[in-house]
Design a protein around this ligand. Structure first.
Ligand SMILES: Nc1ncnc2c1ncn2[C@@H]1O[C@H](COP(=O)(O)OP(=O)(O)OP(=O)(O)O)[C@@H](O)[C@H]1O
Ligand SMILES: [Mg+2]
Length: 235
């Protein structure tokens, strides 16, 4: 589904601050994969996800989705089939809008027609499936939710428009162990029940060992480990 071939990303090329962030990495991800990505600070993990999102264009190499070359495709075009959730729960939601308004906005992603005023059935189903009662609090402002609740809402928002691929960049890093576990169980369900391909960056080795069917390690801009494993059926 996603294919990176010899992708090279160099920041500040030709200056004394030149930094090779990705050094000819190649990676092919299959539809339905749950890829766990680890590596030290500065290894190039977030840069790799930004290439896939179209936020950074590689200096060389080929980026493909299915059989189409995506080099140079803008992020707003890719946003139609790629969802994302990052570390900071505040960055994934609009704090001054209600849960309902957040969901409506998220479902409009990548569409021209902006006329919905109601949360889709799929949105309500996703929210109810969280099992934390957010579906009964549709008029609560997202800014009033706890970090874990905000991140749960952000996860629902990231998949409400049914993307094929979900990119997670340390999405549990700011949560307490219990909330983190809930979000991870939700992540796993998104992969298995909705068939959405997942690429997840984490620094948490417990999470890395417990989730995903593919394990990729980046070291100084290169892939130093890439192993396929059985879907670990977490607790
Ligand atoms: N916009 C940029 N300009 C210059 N250098 C950058 C830029 N973005 C990233 N870098 C550099 O590229 C390298 C890879 O950064 P990246 O953010 O991909 O690392 P990471 O693996 O996500 O690290 P972390 O675990 O700390 O989030 C780092 O050395 C970083 O300083
Ligand atoms: Mg990063």
């Amino acid at each position: 589904m996603v294919k990176l071939k010899d992708i090279k990303v160099v920041f500040n090329k030709g200056t004394e601050n030149e930094k090779v962030a990705l050094d000819k990495i190649s990676l092919t991800i299959k539809e339905g994969d749950f890829v766990t990505i680890i590596g030290s600070n500065g290894a190039g993990k977030s840069t790799m996800l930004k290439v896939i999102l179209g936020e950074i264009f590689p200096n060389s190499g080929i980026y493909m989705i299915d059989d189409s070359v995506m080099n140079g495709t803008n992020s707003y075009k890719l946003a139609k089939f790629i969802g994302r959730v990052y570390q900071n729960p505040n960055s994934g939601v609009f704090p001054n809008l209600s849960i309902k308004e957040n969901l409506i906005l998220a479902s409009k992603k990548g569409m021209r027609y902006l006329g919905f005023s109601k949360v889709s059935d799929f949105g309500v189903e996703l929210l109810a499936n969280l099992g934390i009662g957010l579906e009964k609090r549709l008029n609560t402002k997202a800014g009033h939710l706890s970090g874990g609740q905000k991140q749960s809402l952000a996860m629902v928002m990231s998949i409400i428009s049914r993307p094929r691929l979900l990119l997670l960049d340390e999405h549990t890093a700011s949560l307490d162990p219990q909330s983190s576990e809930k979000i991870m169980e939700l992540t796993k369900r998104i992969n298995i029940e909705y068939g959405i391909t997942i690429m997840m960056i984490t620094h948490n080795m417990e999470i890395a060992s417990k989730y995903g069917n593919r394990f990729v390690k980046l070291s100084e801009g290169r892939i130093s480990e890439d192993s396929i494993r059985d879907h670990v059926s977490a607790s």
